[in-house]
Design a binder for this molecule. Structure first.
Ligand code: G1P
Ligand code: ZN
Length: 539
């Protein structure tokens, strides 16, 4: 065991989901080590504890796992459980942390960001409940990282990450586990595999685009092997360190191959994609795209059709920018609905307290109390379970849903890699404007209220301020703006747009939202501040 002297880096501040930087930043001497030591320091040390370690397999994942093993040993951890090859999807890691009753886990991923030596890398800590560390802990990590002077590491040979079974490293137990097995077993408990298998047997067709990322082996095992989907249902199913050059973000822009197939003449019945670390999902029917906010609402309304949720759901939670579609379902079901800041960590307390069963975000994240992360494949399986039980198409289910609840037209516009100063100037100008906005008319619509979203956690009363600017119109339409907390280059402005309709469900969302889009540009002067006229990505 050696103690290495180091110098603090001043930029190790975790964002929406852990610390994300360019891979080369993490590859600098001491950079990863400093942050890992800061994690251990922030959680009161590693002595005697058991952790899960794994990542999405992107470039540098294997090296980082070796470093973490050696540092966990040097910091006195009793045991580390790692996925084979150092790979675990984020939901599978969350599941392992919970199933094995460990003290938490370190997950290596930059989620949906591209991977490779010139792309992105990330690291985050999840607590014993399997969920991302809350803000007081990530703040402590930043404080520790800012004053760090040394870290502990064992000098040793690499552990063979491909040898499933137990070994030791500097007195610490290391267990390498099959990355897929426990997760697949959990899915079998929640969903009616027999009903889904029968649907595939009777000719139901599907495409699952794993985008050369971590979900490939999970999807192949569950969909093709256990549920009998045709071989080849899973495409891009082999995880690659650079995701084969793909941008593993399951949205219509980046999963365009899947979109083209689903909108084409020979589309299968159902399509889905997931992201780099397997926690996001996109769902598409034949000829119809399901927005993540609608997906959450449909899942909440139909969850009872799956055996894991047959008793009904306790409540739902959505991030503030997510559309209110699921709130309408909650009202109908007579259960609580919560509105939280962006980021999965804000769902943890509600899930732990049993106040909510399902939660979701507009950013292609959906999940339930089965783990404490969003879960891409879980959402796909719940959809399959619903399709198997209702025996209707995705398009018909969506139409029926809108007829019952109305439709929340919704879109998000992303303006990426804006110069940070320009983005900050725009947001502070907008914040100054907020108090004067109520009563003002723009694009023929009157503003009812405007604020900067602040949240008080209903379970532990912790507060989070400045979570996004909201401009609410009298007709219930809404504009939300916030800056991304996961990017690694400049600033990304996210503009969220929503409008509720009681009839007329077949409009193109961009057309339905056109006046609201113009209003957002006018109020925030997006072009004036940033020079941008059109968004880079529309979802
Ligand atoms: C983005 C999404 C957010 C999600 C997070 C992690 O964060 O908007 O909903 O929880 O990625 O997947 P952002 O970049 O907006 O801070
Ligand atoms: Zn992800």
């Amino acid at each position: 065991m050696t103690t290495i002297q180091t110098v603090a880096f001043d930029d190790q501040k975790p964002g929406t989901s852990g610390l994300r930087k360019k891979t080369r930043v993490f590859m600098q001497p001491h950079y990863l080590e400093n942050f890992v030591q800061a994690i251990f320091n922030a959680i009161g040390g590693a002595k005697g504890k058991t952790f899960v370690v794994g990542g999405d397999g992107r470039f540098f994942n294997d090296r980082a796992v070796q470093v973490i093993l050696r540092m966990a040993a040097a910091n006195g951890a009793a045991k580390v459980i790692a996925g084979r090859g150092g790979v675990l999807s984020t939901p599978a890691a969350s599941n392992l942390i919970r199933q094995r009753k460990t003290d938490g886990g370190i997950i290596l991923s930059a989620s949906h960001n591209p991977g490779g030596e010139d792309e992105d890398f990330g690291i985050k800590f999840n607590m014993a409940n399997g969920g991302p560390a809350p803000e007081n802990i990530t703040d402590a990590m930043f404080r520790e990282a800012s004053v760090i002077v040394s870290y502990n590491i064992v000098e040793s040979q690499d552990v063979d990450l491909n040898a499933v079974g137990e070994t030791t490293l500097g007195g610490m137990a290391v267990e390498i586990v099959d990355s897929v097995a426990d997760y697949a077993a959990l899915m079998e408990q929640l969903f009616d595999f027999d009903a889904i298998r029968a649907m595939f047997t009777s000719g139901f067709t599907m495409r699952f685009d794993a985008m050369c990322a971590v979900t490939g082996p999970y999807a192949t095992e569950i969909l093709e092997k256990r549920l009998g989907a045709a071989p080849g249902t899973v495409t891009h199913g082999t995880p690659l360190p650079d995701f084969g050059g793909m941008h593993p973000d399951p949205n219509p822009t980046w999963a365009h191959e899947l979109m083209d197939e689903m909108m084409g003449p020979d589309a299968p019945d159902f399509g889905a994609a997931s992201d780099g670390d397997g926690d996001r999902n996109m769902v598409v029917g034949r000829g119809v795209y399901v927005s993540p906010s609608d997906s959450l609402a449909v899942l909440a309304a139909n969850a009872y059709l799956a055996k894991g949720y047959a008793k009904g759901i306790a409540g739902v939670a959505r991030s503030m920018p997510t559309s209110a579609a699921v709130d309408r379902v909650a009202k109908d079901l007579g259960v609580e609905a919560f509105e939280t800041p962006t980021g999965w960590k804000f769902f943890g307390n509600l899930l732990d307290a049993g106040r909510v069963t399902l939660c979701g975000e507009e950013s292609f994240g959906t999940g339930s109390d089965h783990v404490r992360e969003k879960d891409g494949l879980w959402a796909v399986l719940l959809w399959l379970n619903i399709l198997a039980k209702r025996k209707e198409s995705v398009a018909d289910i969506l139409q029926a849903h809108w007829r019952k609840y109305g439709r929340n037209y919704y879109s998000r516009h992303d303006f990426e890699a804006i110069e940070t100063e320009k983005a900050n100037a725009m947001v502070s100008a907008l914040r100054k404007l907020l108090a004067d906005l109520p009563g003002r008319s723009v694009e023929g619509m009157t503003i009812a209220a405007a604020d900067d979203f602040a949240y008080t956690d209903p379970v532990d009363q912790s507060t989070s301020a400045k979570q996004g600017v909201r401009i609410l119109f009298e007709d219930g339409s809404r504009i939300v703006m916030r800056l991304s907390g996961t990017g690694t280059q400049g600033a990304t402005l996210r503009l969220y747009l929503e409008k509720y309709a009681e009839s007329g469900f077949d409009q193109d969302p961009q057309e339905a939202l056109a006046p609201i889009i113009r209003a957002a540009h006018e109020l925030a002067d997006i072009t004036g501040y940033t020079g941008r006229v059109e968004p880079d990505v529309i979802t």
